[in-house]
Design a protein around this ligand. Structure first.
Ligand SMILES: Cc1cc2nc3c(=O)[nH]c(=O)nc-3n(C[C@H](O)[C@H](O)[C@H](O)COP(=O)(O)OP(=O)(O)OC[C@H]3O[C@@H](n4cnc5c(N)ncnc54)[C@H](O)[C@@H]3O)c2cc1C
Length: 453
């Protein structure tokens, strides 16, 4: 395999190493003495090379997984010996920022934070802030259907992508389609948003960008209980306000983050943004909606800003260092009416003798995301793995029974593979047909969305 690939991209663009993402089960397995295998990694530097590699892989039935920043948390990256990884790191150019039409054209390997900083220098923002931003690439953000901390105002990745440049497994190139919107058929490129490397390799994207807001007004509110906090979030969204940030922390998560509230109270952090007068008057509307809460001033907002990227890849890895420990996060989304039951069911499933936290964010008029964190430790690695698996099992079951989605933004990978068909139902048949049609040789990532075809 190596010799043939050398002919396509040269020896210097090939190496062998272990490739995996940050799925806690893989990290736990490595900790317990099962290292991830070393695999061949190709680092192409142009479209033609990607085309040639995929043509070659299709002809020889070699499994291919595209690699972005490796910050995924679901095991979508887990290549095995004999497979090939395509590292998109050399596709790192921002090709154009159009300051009049507010678009940005960039390659798939562009780092998420570097892109945001470049835009900020021009008074612009993509508005996409996953907590993992420094470790992400544009390709990975698209392939996982990601969502960031400011999604309530700017939307998630599907709201930002106007077009994609992709190479199909047979080497066909498809360019971004024109226009701010098009009715020339379905937006087929959207199939790649959440495809987890199953449909080919994304080379780049055309993204919508925004002017940075003139001002931001952020405040915290203490609610006596979770129900009244969720009601306030719903009312804010349904009043037509789109806060830059809106997060409701349950009592445990508020305490974990160092907020000092009365026992049982929840913390809502809300920031409105825009022209000075708009941000200020929307903040006033938020305040009136939150009239039953205790106003906590700007400090909770300032504190949140200081710590917004604290949960880094490094921190996740260090939390998983102690033998027989487990840590993970699970993000679901449900309607406003389903959220209270979902919260109770999931909290019960994940809190078995360990830490259980929840915050609500990524709000819509129809509902929002419930983001759970859990951690614990056991006597042995096997027991830790069992406790971890029980938490997942209970959470996925609760989500499916209550009509919630099993993932709001992390995607599925291996972590959710066995529940994907339960959520998708008949759409699984559509997905499998699409996958077979686009990748008849079956070479693309077998750990994507429900597993191999
Ligand atoms: C601490 C921490 C916090 C996080 N917070 C968030 C968050 O707030 N919101 C959120 O949405 N996610 C979050 N994540 C998850 C993760 O950062 C996202 O899933 C991110 O989008 C992955 O991007 P990446 O470039 O690292 O992709 P990778 O992990 O490299 O790859 C992810 C998937 O995309 C595929 N892929 C990558 N590049 C391409 C390409 N060019 N073409 C085709 N397929 C490709 C891969 O094959 C793989 O299946 C967090 C992760 C960590 C560790």
């Amino acid at each position: 395999m190596r010799a043939e690939l050398e002919k396509i991209i040269g020896a210097a663009a090939l190496d062998e190493r272990a490739v995996r993402d940050l799925w806690p089960l893989t990290i736990m397995a490595e900790r317990a003495g099962s290292p991830s295998p070393r695999v061949l990694v190709a680092r192409p530097s142009g479209r033609d090379q990607v085309v040639e590699i995929l043509r070659w892989a299709s002809a020889h039935g070699v499994i291919v997984t595209p690699l972005g920043g490796g910050s995924g948390v679901c095991g979508a990256l887990g290549p095995q010996v004999g497979e090939l990884v395509i590292d998109m790191g050399a596709f790192d150019r921002v090709l154009e920022v159009d300051e009049t039409n507010l678009t940005c054209t960039c390659e798939a390997g562009v780092n998420g934070l570097a892109l945001e900083e470049r835009l900020n220098g021009l008074g612009l923002t993509l508005g996409h802030f996953p907590s993992s931003l420094p470790g992400t690439t544009v390709g990975g953000l698209c392939a996982t259907r990601s969502s960031g901390q400011e999604s309530t105002r700017y939307g998630s990745i599907e709201d930002m992508v106007m077009g994609l440049a992709v190479v199909l497994p047979d080497g066909t190139y498809a360019a971004p389609r024109p226009g701010p919107r098009s009715a020339v058929g379905p937006a087929l490129h959207e199939l790649w948003l959440g495809s987890e490397g199953a449909l080919g390799v994304m080379l780049g994207a055309v993204l919508r960008v925004h002017r940075l807001p003139e001002s931001v007004v952020g405040r915290g509110y203490g609610f006596a209980d979770l129900g009244s906090g969720l009601e306030a979030m719903r009312s804010i969204m349904q009043a037509g306000i789109r806060p830059l940030v809106m997060r409701l922390y349950d009592p445990a998560d508020a305490a974990f983050n160092g907020y000092d509230l009365p026992i049982g109270a929840c913390l809502l952090v809300v920031a409105t943004a825009g022209r000075d007068r708009v941000a200020a008057s929307e903040a006033d509307v938020v305040k009136s909606i939150a009239s039953s809460a205790t106003e906590l001033g700007e400090e909770p907002w300032q504190r949140w800003q200081r710590h917004r990227f604290d949960l880094s890849a490094q921190r996740l890895k260090s939390l998983l260092e102690p033998p027989s420990s487990y840590v993970d996060t699970i993000e679901l989304a449900a309607s406003w009416t389903a959220l209270p039951d979902l919260y109770v069911r999931v909290w019960t499933a994940i809190s078995d003798g360990g830490l259980a936290l929840c915050h609500f964010s990524h709000a819509y008029e129809q509902g929002c995301c419930a983001y759970f964190s859990f951690a614990g430790s056991r006597e042995t690695e096997d027991e830790a793995r069992s406790a971890y698996s029980r938490a997942w099992e209970g959470t996925m079951t609760a989500a499916l029974e209550l009509g919630a989605t099993i993932s709001h933004h992390h995607g599925t990978g291996q972590a959710r593979a066995r529940w994907v068909a339960d959520e998708m139902g008949g759409w699984m048949s559509v997905w499998k047909s699409v996958r077979r049609a686009i990748d008849p040789a079956g070479i693309m990532n077998p750990r994507a969305l429900g597993g191999a075809r």
